[in-house]
Design a protein around this ligand. Structure first.
Ligand code: ADP
Ligand code: 5GP
Length: 189
């Protein structure tokens, strides 16, 4: 049987990566779908593990060859996309796919896969908390943090388009909720 899809979307800094990493270690038969991006790697990020880091030209070539299930210019000049090959490879091995995509990508992938996909929106407790988390994570320059926060208010309006919303205030509660949602979904026939 082909695996199912778990889509995790949220404004940057809401806790998607933290939640996805937790879920990957819960024996849920999940594999992470590595996206392609034209942004530069952050310290510690590895090509093929966190993302496939491509130049703008390489990214464009994959668009032209119809290699993406979906792709978006999430921030000005920076593209991210889900590769068809990545999702197919995981599903065909009988594993479930977990993906971290922006809110537009999340809605689009859910539309393609319908009941085979569970879409989860991760909501920060407030925009102030989001800003504090991004500043504390300190992986982006102040200008890039501003760009992410400016986009967050608009992204929050997408919450209602998802199958479930998790509020990531207390991390342990959010992790438990995510685990329950995913384990119920994948054990359903
Ligand atoms: P995203 O992948 O959505 O950009 P991250 O998972 O990187 O978000 O989380 C952003 C930052 O906030 C990280 O430094 C993370 O450790 C921290 N964080 C995540 N969840 C919480 C929480 N519930 N309370 C406080 N800090 C959190
Ligand atoms: P970051 O630069 O923080 O890793 O990611 C920025 C944003 O790009 C996040 O909202 C993340 O979910 C989104 N993203 C990552 N991969 C994809 C993808 O394949 N498609 C889409 N549409 N968005 C993605």
């Amino acid at each position: 049987m082909k695996g199912k899809l778990i889509i995790i979307s949220a404004p940057s800094g809401s806790g998607k990566t933290t939640i996805v990493n937790h879920l990957l270690h819960q024996g849920l038969n999940l594999n992470f779908s590595v996206s392609a991006t034209s942004r530069k790697p952050r310290p510690g990020e590895e090509n093929g593990k966190n993302y496939y880091f491509l130049t703008r030209e390489e990214f464009q070539k994959k668009i032209n060859n119809d290699e993406f299930l979906e792709w978006e210019e999430v921030y000005k000049g920076i593209c991210y996309g889900t590769l068809k090959s990545e999702v197919d490879k995981i599903r065909e091995s009988g594993k479930n796919v977990i993906m971290d995509v922006d809110v537009v990508g999340g809605v689009n992938i859910k539309k393609i896969y319908g009941k085979e996909a569970l879409s989860i929106f991760v909501k920060p407790p407030s925009l102030t908390a989001l800003k504090e988390r991004l500043q504390k994570r300190s992986t982006e320059t102040p200008a890039k943090i501003k760009m992410r926060i400016d986009k967050a208010a608009e992204e929050l309006l997408f919450a209602g388009k998802f199958d479930a919303v998790i509020i990531n205030d207390n991390l342990q509660i959010a992790l438990n909720e995510a685990e329950k949602l995913v384990s119920d979904f994948i054990s359903r026939h």
